[in-house]
Design a protein around this ligand. Structure first.
Ligand code: PGA
Length: 250
């Protein structure tokens, strides 16, 4: 059985003081969660959030990582730096990174490898845009994005990666994939992993849905057999909303 994992992606929101207040409000609300709970926060908030989550069941995540160990990469952070700051999880290949910051499948793969080598748990984002879905490219595209991003990892390393299937047209738009659409595409991703790495790994790997997931639609999505959790943007910025998503089974 795969343990569900619900992660908040705060994106470019919350100062350290605001971050600390949000986590302090969240802690009692999610303390009995049956799933893994993660908050992926801006780097300036690592210290505040790390302090605030101590002794709780909330885990700290980052929103990106560079592939080099160190060097002349202005504005970037290495995997070792994240580890040293107490980060456990890292989102890689989010569609906003791909769209606005020139992230490619190749750099996503490099970042995944560096993160895994440093012992970080990766949340790898894949997903199609509206034109790609309308042209029926979704399955081919998510398979390609997934396999190229995992290239070079061992089977055991692949099994520990968390994949977030996020249709780009559903992110921040209020549009959600239907429960069936999300389940079907996640099934396609799982089969692609199983074909390449074996059915054990396909059965083990956790695949989240992301894209306007919220307290209202979480139950239907989580009832789908292929969906192992969620990557939550907007609804992760308010403790009551995020806790309702985390406690979808209560
Ligand atoms: P959203 O964002 O929940 O605001 O649509 C999800 C994401 O981009 O990870």
């Amino acid at each position: 059985m795969r343990k569900p994992i619900i992660a908040g992606n705060w994106k470019m929101n919350k100062t350290p003081a605001e971050a600390e207040a949000l986590v302090n409000e969240l802690k009692p609300l999610v303390k009995d969660a049956a799933c893994d709970v993660v908050v992926c926060v801006p780097a300036v908030d690592f210290a505040a959030v790390k302090g605030a989550i101590e002794g709780s069941n909330i885990h700290l995540g980052a929103q990106n990582v560079h592939f080099a160990a160190s060097g002349a990469y202005t504005g970037e952070l290495s995997a070792d730096m994240l580890k040293a700051a107490g980060v456990e999880y890292v989102i890689i290949g989010h569609s906003e990174r791909r769209q606005y910051f020139g992230e490619t499948d190749k750099t996503v793969n490099q970042r995944v490898r560096a993160a895994v080598a440093a012992g970080l748990k990766v949340i790898l984002c894949v997903g199609e845009n509206k034109e790609e879905r309308e042209a029926s490219y979704t399955d081919a595209l998510v398979e390609y994005q997934t396999l190229i991003a995992l290239n070079g990892l061992t089977e055991a390393e692949v099994a520990d990666v968390i994949i977030a299937y996020e249709p780009v047209w559903a992110i921040g738009t209020g549009l959600t994939a239907t429960d069936e659409q999300a389940n079907e595409t996640i099934g396609v991703i799982r089969k692609a992993v199983a074909r390449k790495y074996g059915s054990d790994i396909g059965d083990k790997i956790r695949i989240q849905y992301g894209g306007s997931m919220n307290p209202k639609n979480v139950k239907g999505l989580m009832a789908q057999p292929e969906i192992d959790g969620g990557l939550i943007g907007g609804a992760s910025l308010k403790a009551p909303d995020f806790s309702l998503v985390v406690n979808y089974d209560k």
